[in-house]
Design a protein around this ligand. Structure first.
Ligand code: FCB
Length: 462
């Protein structure tokens, strides 16, 4: 890595030496080796083969070939000086089909990864589910089926048994809202279903699976661990000061944030959301005792933040209800510069979110488990990417975290999304979030300017 190229973006400040710095990835987005060592298809292998589902018809068969290049990728992390690496475990690698005994060859990969990380002084942070549900479990009903929650807890226990001696932090789910809403309601993510009630059932069973998994892991631990869940959280502000816009913001916040955090932290679903659902003839499939399981205490909230939005209660013609009679909840991007995903860049709303979480769900340390941005990077003739835009994004959002801490929010770490350019779900390889550039023809990795800035920031704050 060229130590002489530094960014003109000032290094981040205002965070203590104890702050945890890391980089994040997810199994299907980087590993490749989709059919190796006994791995069976997940819902993403299937979905990526549906014509039109993923940009350019891309899939994760090869991805960043991390499965074969893992030691080199860990060396890259080491060169950045990160404290921790957040990776996810591929369920269909470890327990093909989602049931039965461990597949030794598949689990062996994660044992080698953890050993490699520890030998380099990097703390492994394991996520148990980052969206690669075994296809057999989807065929049996997927997350809308209650049994999937129990299957998840069993799988979690298998992984935990084998890694608990070396891994301190286990997060259950990554972004259950995306699994439930994008996967089962609007169908833009795997498994591509479009059924509102199925997505509600998926929400409940994902949360139930989280609680069951935390209980199983904690009851079999041989030493104390840190358990958590990662949510994708944004801010929902009314576009204007009208009753309709305030109600739209309330609904968006209810379905996006409180539907998850209220049961996890308060042991109940939010009453206004339950009433909204009842008004449309829907309900969460809650059985007696479920909310006790879901509200099982855990130790850290993983916050993934990309942007905040405004909400309007009217469509562009001024209607307050859509064709099916549902109230309009129209997301409007704030008037700011955007990333290549067309996502608005809203660091001040990040501060606002973290301070709000601190007040509304107190007593829970937070770690930023993802934050970052896609921009259309082009390498220069030497292969270097001078990504001022991404560097500025990271700098402004790390500053937003420092500002939230100054206002009392207990945020203890920050993981950049992502270590590598990778398979960005429905966007395929077209959108690049990496702080390290990947040439998909040669699999060459080249740290971008943002990676060097991140490295220098971490070093300066120690
Ligand atoms: C999050 C996902 C992550 C990545 C980023 C850009 O929703 O958790 O895998 O795709 O968005």
């Amino acid at each position: 890595m060229n130590p002489t190229i530094t960014s003109h973006v000032p290094l981040a400040t205002g965070l203590p030496p104890s702050f945890l710095w890391g980089v994040a990835t997810a199994s299907y987005q980087i590993e490749g080796a989709a059919a190796e060592d006994g791995r069976t298809p997940s819902i993403w292998d299937t979905f990526a083969r549906v014509p039109g589902a993923v940009a350019n018809g891309d899939n994760g068969d090869v991805a960043c070939d991390h499965y074969h290049r893992m030691p080199q990728d860990v060396a890259l992390m080491k060169s950045l000086g990160v404290d921790s690496y957040r990776f996810s475990v591929a369920w269909p690698r470890v327990q093909p089909g989602g049931r039965g005994p461990v597949n030794e060859a598949g689990l062996g990969f994660y044992e080698r990864l953890v050993d490699e990380l520890l030998s380099q002084g990097i703390a492994p942070w394991a996520t148990l589910y980052h969206w690669d549900l075994p296809q057999e479990l989807e065929d049996a009903g997927g997350w809308p089926a209650r049994d999937t929650a129990y299957r998840f807890a069993d799988y979690a226990a298998l992984v935990f048994e084998r890694l608990q001696d070396r891994v301190d932090t286990f997060t259950t789910l990554n972004e259950p809202w995306c699994s439930a809403y994008l996967g089962y309601n609007i169908g833009v993510h795997a498994p591509g279903r479009k059924d509102f009630d199925a997505s509600l059932a998926a929400t409940h069973h994902l949360l139930l699976g989280h609680g069951l998994a935390v209980r199983q892991m904690r009851s079999s631990e041989t030493r104390p661990h840190t358990y958590g869940i990662t949510l994708n959280l944004g801010t929902a502000d009314p576009l204007g000061d009208t009753a309709e816009d305030h109600d739209a913001a309330r609904r968006a916040d209810g379905m996006g944030l409180r539907l998850y955090l209220d049961p996890l932290r308060r042991g109940s679903y939010p009453a206004d959301v339950v009433a909204d659902l009842a008004a449309r003839g829907s309900a969460l499939p809650v059985l007696s005792g479920d909310l006790d399981v879901i509200s099982t205490p855990f130790d850290v909230l993983g916050v993934n933040f990309y942007f905040g939005q405004d909400f309007a209660g009217t469509d562009l013609e001024g209607n307050t209800h859509d064709a099916s009679g549902e109230p309009v909840v129209r997301a409007v991007a704030p008037d700011t510069p955007r990333t290549a995903m067309d996502w608005p860049i809203t660091p001040s709303r990040f501060t606002k979110l973290l301070v709000r979480l601190h007040h509304d769900y107190p007593g829970l340390p937070m770690v930023i488990t993802e934050n970052g941005a896609a921009f259309d990077d082009s390498p220069d003739s030497t292969g270097f990417v001078a990504d001022d835009d991404r560097t500025a994004y990271l700098a402004s959002h790390i500053a937003a975290v420092a500002a939230a801490r100054d206002q009392g929010a207990d945020v203890r770490g920050y993981f950049a999304w992502s270590l590598l350019d990778n398979f960005e779900w429905a966007e395929g390889y077209a959108k690049r979030f990496g702080i390290v550039h990947v040439d998909y023809e040669t699999q060459q990795r080249t740290p971008k300017q943002s990676a060097l800035w991140f490295r220098d920031t971490i070093a300066a704050l120690r």
